[in-house]
Each structure stands twice: as structure tokens, then as C-alpha cells.
Design a protein around this ligand. Structure first.
Ligand code: NAG
Ligand code: NAG
Ligand code: NAG
Ligand code: NAG
Length: 340
């Protein structure tokens, strides 16, 4: 009986509080969120406050949240949208991602959660943790915070204006923790210098193995809301990555609808033969967009030659959903992908 109570209390504490003075990396293996990027070195892992365990690799520390960049021991005074007491850190960041104007949260030792629309010049405060929001389904952002910088951040309206301009002009938005820039190129290869782990791009990442190009696009024919503009699959894989599919909803499940011609969609029990489309979500926390690693398939709930319906379930929050396909005969067309 005593044991049971202790276990319940401990798990309650882990859930409800940051336990500021405990070792932030002291997390049981089955509760860890692995940072599944093979390019991550121990040094990177440490410099970004992440945890490293040889034999396991890199994982998020107890204060970090998926889709938020942690700035430890910092506060951001005023500019509150809302404050809630007795909020768990996870609830705090989850509330932020369902509030369009929220760009950051602070949570204090006493579990008071503040949602912020602006966060300039964070100040040191050992009692408070600051999380900058990267979880937004219009943006491809990776973990951020590897440099552990403490600069000021953008404000909600600045972010929205930059995103709107990027979308209207077909440009790529590059925003860092401390500045926002627009780029005329949409290919990753042209932006090597910008592609570091604190940068976000507007749009979905597309990797076309027939050209080797990686682009970030918001208005691509596959998500332009028009079913008569289509992409013909080639012999090489064509991969699309949609970030944070549940970023603005409370539920952790979502649907993927694919419209096209001569479609052949597969589920997790099948493998590709001559052609096929597969939909899946990454399990590990990705720091760069890698199309390999540990994934879980979405389940195919309906399909015919012009339409496929998938149902996906996230373990609390999905960092992305991937749609991958190819066709040896080059006849399969994909015209529109809807995620909701
Ligand atoms: C939290 O919000 C309430 C109601 O809006 C306000 O009265 C209170 O001062 C706020 N508390 C803090 C610490 O900002
Ligand atoms: C909790 O801490 C915050 C920030 O330090 C403070 O504003 C708030 O009043 C505190 N709330 C309670 C209930 O003590
Ligand atoms: C495929 O299914 C969709 C959705 O149920 C339906 O609208 C469409 O007519 C079907 N197409 C064919 C070729 O059966
Ligand atoms: C796909 O499935 C979802 C629920 O499972 C449903 O709401 C939606 O209407 C389906 N789409 C089509 C075009 O049938």
C-alpha cells in the first residue's frame, strides 16, 4: 500500500511540477522523448541543454517541450494573454499552441503558467522557465535552442506579417530566435547558411529524389486547394513533410485526405512494390528533416483510385506527418492533400 502511494505521488509530481532542483535528465527510459537525429553529437546535445546517455543517445530534458525552445531560468515580464495557476508545464505549452497569438509561455516554480503575445529581452529569473513557440503548422521549425542563446524574440504581429509576406510573395521566411528575414530562394541548397537548427521556414518541406532538391513551399500544387493541379509520381521517391499537424487543436489525432488519379495507397502492413503512397509520423524528435528513423504509420481507412483517407494518432503531439510515394510506371497522380 505504501509503495503504491509513493509511486502515485512520484508520478504526480513528475507530471505536475518541474521539480526545479532535481536532475532534469533523470527520466526513465520509457518516458523519454528521443532526439532522433543521427547528426547530433554529444557536444551538440549537451550545449542545447539536452540529455545524453551513451547507449541511448540524445533526449529532451524534463523542462523541454516538443515544439518549444526552452530558455532556462528566464522570465518575460508583462504582455500576458492569459495566466493560469496550478498548470502543468505540458498543459501550459499545449494551451499556447491552441492560442493563435501565443508566441511564448513562462512557467514558474509554483506552476503558474503565463501565455505571452510578445517577449522582448527575457530577464534572468531562477524561478521561471521560458518556452518560445515553434509549434505552428505553417512553419517547418526544428528543435531550436541548440545554441542556448538568450536574445530577445519576435512579437506575434511581426511573425504574422512576415509569414503573410512570405506566402504572398512566394518567398521563404527564415526566422531565428532574434530576427526575421525573407529569402527569395525556396531551396534548401541555396540557403545552406540559414539552415541551422534555430531557423524556421514557411511551408511544408518537399524532397524530390528525382532532382535531389529540398524545398519549403506553402502554395505548392499539392496543397493549393485545387484538385485539378497534380503531380505525377516518378520512379524516385517524392516526399512531403507537413509540420505540427495538431498544432492548433486539442485532440492528438488527425486525418489525411489524398486526392489524385490511379492512386495506390498502402498501410503499415504492406510494402512498396511497383508503386504506392504511404503516410506516417515520426516517433523521435527530429532536429533536421530526416525521412528515415523511427516512424509510426497512419491507418488507411478508405481508398479507391481517386481518393485515400488516412487516420493518424499522435503520442500527445506529432512533430510532423510525412506523405511519401513513387511509381515505376509514372502514371499515378497526386493532386491535393488535406490535413485536418
Ligand atoms: C492573472 O490574471 C488575472 C485576471 O486577468 C489578473 O487579475 C492577475 O493580476 C494576473 N496575475 C498575474 C500574476 O499577472
Ligand atoms: C507564482 O509565481 C509567479 C511568478 O513568480 C507569481 O507572479 C505568482 O503570483 C505566484 N503565484 C502564487 C499563487 O504564488
Ligand atoms: C472514391 O471515393 C470518393 C470518396 O468517398 C468518392 O467521392 C469518389 O467518387 C470515389 N471514386 C471512385 C472512382 O470510385
Ligand atoms: C475521411 O474520413 C473522415 C473520418 O474518418 C471523414 O470525416 C471524411 O469525410 C472522409 N473523407 C472523405 C472525402 O470521404
Amino acid at each position: 500500500m505504501n509503495n503504491l502511494i509513493i509511486i502515485t505521488l512520484t508520478s504526480l509530481l513528475q507530471q505536475l511540477s518541474f521539480c526545479f532542483y532535481d536532475n532534469p535528465c533523470d527520466i526513465p527510459e520509457n518516458s523519454r522523448i528521443r532526439i532522433g537525429d543521427s547528426s547530433i553529437m554529444v557536444s551538440n546535445c549537451n550545449s542545447g541543454f539536452h540529455c545524453y546517455d551513451s547507449g541511448y543517445g540524445c533526449f529532451l530534458n524534463r523542462f523541454q517541450r516538443s515544439g518549444f525552445m526552452l530558455i532556462e531560468a528566464h522570465d518575460c515580464a508583462s504582455n500576458d494573454i492569459l495566466n493560469v495557476s496550478h498548470q502543468s508545464p505540458t498543459h501550459c505549452t499545449d494551451s499556447c499552441s491552441t492560442e493563435p497569438s501565443c508566441i511564448a509561455t513562462t512557467i514558474s516554480v509554483n506552476n503558474s503558467c503565463f501565455l505571452k503575445h510578445k517577449c522582448m529581452l527575457p530577464e534572468s529569473n531562477s524561478q521561471v522557465f521560458l518556452h518560445i513557440r515553434l509549434r505552428d503548422n505553417r512553419l517547418t521549425c526544428f528543435i531550436g535552442g541548440l545554441n542556448g542563446g538568450h536574445q530577445n524574440t519576435y512579437e506575434f504581429h511581426e511573425k504574422e506579417t512576415a509569414i503573410a509576406t512570405a506566402i504572398a510573395d512566394g518567398k521563404t521566411l527564415v526566422y531565428r530566435q532574434n530576427n526575421i528575414r525573407l529569402k527569395t530562394s525556396q531551396t534548401l541548397q541555396d540557403m545552406k547558411d540559414d539552415y541551422e537548427k534555430t531557423v524556421c521556414f514557411v511551408g511544408n518541406m518537399i524532397k524530390d529524389d528525382s532532382t535531389g532538391l529540398i524545398t519549403f513551399q506553402y502554395n505548392h500544387i499539392l496543397f493549393d486547394k485545387q484538385q485539378d493541379t497534380c503531380h505525377i509520381f516518378k520512379k524516385q521517391l517524392f516526399k512531403v513533410r507537413f509540420p505540427w499537424p495538431t498544432s492548433n487543436k486539442v485532440e492528438s489525432n488527425f486525418k489525411v485526405e489524398i486526392f489524385g488519379q490511379q492512386l495506390f495507397c498502402i498501410n503499415d502492413k504492406q510494402t512498396f512494390e511497383n508503386k504506392g503512397i504511404h503516410v506516417y509520423t515520426p516517433i523521435d524528435y527530429q532536429v533536421t528533416a530526416e525521412f528515415n528513423g523511427n516512424f509510426v504509420s497512419c491507418s488507411l481507412t478508405a481508398q479507391n483510385s481517386t481518393f485515400c483517407n488516412y487516420s493518424c494518432l499522435c503520442n500527445s503531439v506529432c512533430q510532423a506527418v510525412y506523405i511519401v510515394g513513387y511509381d515505376q510506371f509514372q502514371t499515378m497522380k497526386i493532386c491535393e492533400i488535406t490535413i485536418f
